[in-house]
Design a protein around this ligand. Sequence first.
Ligand code: SAM
Length: 625
Amino acid sequence: MANSVLPPAMERADLVWRDGVPESARCGDVYFSRDNGLEETRYVFIGRNRLRERFAELADNRHFVVAETGFGTGLNFLAAWAEWLDCRPKDDSAILHFVSVERFPLTRSDLEKALSFWPELASQAAELIAHYPPLIQGTHRLVLAGGRIRLTLYFGDVLDAWRDLSFQADAWFLDGFAPSLNPEMWLEDAIGQIRNHSKPGTTLATFTSVGRVRRALIDAGFSMQKVPGFGRKREMLTGQLEASGADSGTAYRSTVAIIGAGIAGTTLARNLAERGVPVVLIDRADQPGAGASGNAQGALYVKLGVEYNAQTELAATALSFSQRYYRRWAGQFWHPTGLLQLASNEQEQHRQQKFLERCQYPAELLEPVDEELGSKRAGLKVTASGLWFPGSGWLEPAKACAALADHPGIQRVFGFNVRTVRSDGTGWTIESQEGQRLTAARLVIAGGHESASLNPANGKLRLKPIRGQVTCLPAENYNLPGAVICGTKYLNPAMSGIAVTGATFDLRDNNPDVTPESHQENIEQLAELLPAVMDDHGPDASELAGRVSFRCASHDYQPVAGELKDENGQEVPGAYLLTGYGSKGLTWAPLMAEYLADRITGQPLSLPEPLIRRVESSRLYPKPD
Ligand code: SAM
């Protein structure tokens, strides 16, 4: 079928409702049984994979992975989630991972309508609907039920999903439409991938009993059985791979030391602690968020590329993940006011125009606005068109770092100035300038621009500090917006009588002191960007307060998350690098932390392979000539 939408938009499910049951006009088949969809799910997928027993018997430190072909209305997912809660594995921090793929996603309102059918799943459905991602191509990680349920939802074709995603399933729900109506889902290639993503002993269940599917699964190595089907269906299939006795689902639970308590380190610390991993969080300062993450206000912001390539996908996915992530702290340190990205000069106008010609984003992520609508949205007169991001806003970064680091699973070691990190082959010793020592099984370096000097491996990491000075505007002297406005500079709404604007971008300037020149630059550029902000009686630049910090940028301005490697591309065992967020740290941090925590604990990965390559650490070493 020809693609009728521009990337990254998805072609949506084309639904016909008959007696309240959704049917696909494209495939001519139902999403769930007319007899009783939930009972069918329980019988076919939950029952025949023996999930209740397997969930209840799950050993400590194990997670469980269900993979599904065809997310549809999410009914199977919600039913598995409800069973997990009902059977509750003994281990409180055990996680049910559910990995699913959908080529034609339902809109949020169709999802709501379809799921309203199942009152007994109402609370799970409400949480899924609230977290349902914008319909854009790629991999979306949803962290639900306080992190006990993690959904990896790939919007795209099944073969691309299984090629790009990293996971090993304990159980499969094979739930495409009927093989005769939806052949792509049941191709031998797709079945071969099901085998590749299975652990020894993996089970599968499917409503179909078609011979071709059965034979392909047998060829792939599953022992298959025909069993009675649900309702009017005479037969269905179950299958299993031979068990090997090897335990491949054990989550990592030894101590992880993290150096750096900025937004990178604290989001990772919190993520690991909530997965049951003990964390030692180390910083030279006396409190978290003392460096680049210490400003009073910071915007949740990315600049999306004109082309929808891997770099843009990474930014768009990180933005939508972070918008979901901070929601639990709304009103505390997260202020979802919306954000206006102004086309503040001719070059940016041209760029935004090309961007809108080549890409199509759902309005819940961004929408183009003219001057009038932009002024209305931002609560301040603007003189250019722009892009409105309704789910963005601003954070109090230092407060965020402190709140994230406050968890019983995180041992906070502040005022500890790291001098060396050493490995003895089994773990790491971290020594301070004063000779104090800490040990941990694994080490994460999240030290911003100082990460390069902590690198225990051979080679010099291409990370550079970029000075940024922000200026605090007294609210009584300026006309301030109700939402964040970004252009050549950014401006936040007022908080406690001040609004932060900035920041300067000073390459090769290591002056740590606040200067009137930098204030002057911030004010002048702001006056150009937003003339309506200025009052005639603003204070002199020398009277303004501000703050200087040093962002850490990689040579390609992309974040770094993954195993630490040396200049020859060899991994340093048990060490990881998490940094390079530049001025977009608040946006990168939640997803990079989620991904690195997946890697450290050996759980399904929240990033697909092409995006993993973009963030890996060996690219930071200069290539030999
Ligand atoms: N499991 C779903 C539920 O709980 O509601 C029902 C799944 S429905 C029977 C099959 C789904 O597979 C549809 O949503 C359809 O859009 C999706 N699908 C069909 N072909 C696909 C493909 N090639 N790649 C990914 N998804 C596909």
